[in-house]
Design a protein around this ligand. Structure first.
Ligand SMILES: CC(C)NC(=O)[C@H]1CCC[C@H]1Nc1nc(Nc2ccc(C(=O)N(C)C3CCN(C)CC3)cc2)ncc1C(F)(F)F
Length: 283
């Protein structure tokens, strides 16, 4: 854009920052809380990626795509990537600092979330996903570990390492949990942005119940089978009210049968817990 031409991004380097406390370990290196030395003093999260590890895991293309995609995104529920720089050994991502940290830590601490908290997170997720899909970006890796919390507890979708421009056909082998994979990815078929609708259904279920719906801790193959057959079961103890119905509309085998995100945001359970007086961009 013309703005970029007039204000070229200034050269950033490690000396531009005061390094604060480590926030934890990312996939390819540590994450630090940092502050810019020059005014205005910004607090950021600086994510370190070791080039050697990126080359070894052959994910250079993925990292490049993650940077290119996330740098162009602007949404309150999507973690900002302000810029990046590198030295001979490392790449540094200048990311938005999420004041309340990692959502999965809250989930494991509480076991599961209340209806109100779950509904508010899912509402924000649906908003973020409809924004991403409007830019033809599929996240493809929605799960609690990839969600952060802003200073006011607002949800921030992060880690675009697996995101692609739709439609996608993943070639790399997946790592990490299978629990969030939809049938079409388990069956290695072509997939589209509806994979994120499926993952939203898994996320809703896990927030409310405390574990993902198709999990089988003992057998990966059985998890595959349960996903492919959409073997969805609700614990007898669960409250047979509205809140359980949302996963049922998203966890459909056929991608086109999954509830559109605009409908998720109008679902009675979501509307019921939306903060009063909160306006939503009209879908
Ligand atoms: C999505 C992705 C997969 N995940 C990540 O990248 C992880 C890897 C390591 C940290 C996190 N990355 C980020 N974390 C924050 N904020 C943050 C994190 C942790 C705490 C926290 O609870 N402690 C320090 C606690 C404080 C209390 N003590 C006891 C334990 C640690 C507080 C704030 N902002 C931005 C990022 C980002 F993403 F920009 F890098």
């Amino acid at each position: 854009s013309s703005v970029a031409r007039r204000y070229p991004t200034r050269e950033w380097n490690l000396h531009s920052f005061d390094i604060g406390r480590p926030l934890g370990k990312g996939k390819f290196g540590r994450v630090y809380m940092v502050r810019t030395k020059s005014e205005p003093k910004y607090i950021l999260a600086l994510k370190t990626l070791y080039k050697s590890e990126i080359v070894q895991s052959r994910v250079e293309k993925q990292i490049r795509r993650e940077i290119e995609i996330q740098q162009n995104l602007r949404h309150p529920n999507v973690l900002r990537l302000y810029g990046y720089f590198h030295d001979e050994k490392r790449i540094f991502l200048m990311l938005e600092f999420a004041g309340k940290g990692e959502l999965y830590k809250q989930l494991s601490k509480h076991g599961s979330f209340s209806e109100k908290r779950s509904a508010r997170y899912i509402d924000q997720m649906a908003d973020a996903l409809s924004y991403l899909h409007s830019k033809h970006v599929i996240h493809r890796d929605i799960k609690p570990e990839n969600l952060l919390l802003g200073i006011n507890g607002e949800l921030k979708v992060a880690d675009f390492g697996w995101s692609v421009h739709a439609p996608g056909n993943r070639r790399k082998t997946m790592c990490g949990t299978l629990d969030y994979l939809p049938p079409e990815m388990v069956e290695q078929k072509e997939h589209n942005e509806r994979v994120d609708h499926w993952a939203l259904g898994v996320l809703t279920y896990e927030f409310l119940i405390g574990n993902p719906p198709f999990e089988d801790r003992d057998s990966v193959n059985n998890t595959y089978r349960r996903i492919a057959s959409v073997d969805l079961r609700f614990p007898i103890t669960c409250r047979p009210t509205l809140e359980i119905s949302l996963p049922g509309y998203l966890l459909k085998h056929e991608p086109q049968d999954r509830l559109p995100l605009s409908e998720v945001m109008k679902h009675p359970w979501i509307v019921k817990y939306r903060p009063k007086g909160q306006i939503r961009p009209s879908q």
